[in-house]
Design a protein around this ligand. Structure first.
Ligand code: ADP
Length: 159
């Protein structure tokens, strides 16, 4: 039984994240998404809103669940009995910091490994930041996020 965690900010979850979630969910038995409560970042969406958007978005995947966590990712992994941390790689610019994080995590907890998925080409440019930027101008974000998240973005910027 292989359990993996997929940590991130998911502010909000994009089609790029969902592509990684779909692919990772096919190679592990159980995938637990961890929304990091990061006090250093000022998110657009509250932790409850991000949880709600992710829970809606992962309904098609029966072996995927969503939780929030603060603290170290390896601790979150251990609490969930996970032996793997999933991360997505978009470009070489992601590589350096991701490599450093993965190596640090392995020093802290050698029993937990990191598995990288390279982005599907159609999402290589996509980030939550980009989706928020486009939504802030009231433009169509259907290429970036699913309809439920698009509606949440629309409501957020309508305020
Ligand atoms: P973080 O703040 O930890 O980078 P994100 O929510 O931005 O959190 O991203 C979570 C994970 O998803 C990271 O591994 C990131 O590289 C990956 N990711 C983000 N966008 C994409 C995308 N378009 N394609 C593939 N992976 C992605």
């Amino acid at each position: 039984m292989i359990t993996a965690v997929y940590p991130g900010s998911f502010d909000p979850v994009t089609l790029g994240h969902l592509d990684i979630i779909g692919r990772a969910s096919r190679v592990v038995d159980r995938l637990v998404i961890g929304i990091l409560i990061n006090k250093k970042k000022t998110p657009l969406f509250t932790i409850e809103e991000r949880l709600d958007m992710l829970r809606h978005s992962v309904e098609p995947f029966p072996n995927v669940t969503v939780q929030t966590f603060d603290g170290l990712t390896v601790e979150f992994a251990k609490q969930n009995g996970a032996s793997l941390i999933i991360r997505g790689l978009r470009a070489v610019t992601d590589f350096e910091s991701e490599m450093q994080i993965a190596q640090t995590n392995r020093v802290i907890e050698p029993t937990v490994d990191t598995m990288f998925f390279t982005t599907s080409l159609q999402y290589a440019y996509l980030s939550s930041t980009m989706a928020k930027e486009v939504a802030s101008y009231g433009s169509d974000v259907s290429h970036f996020v699913n309809p439920y998240v698009a509606e949440c973005l629309r409501k957020k910027f309508a305020k």
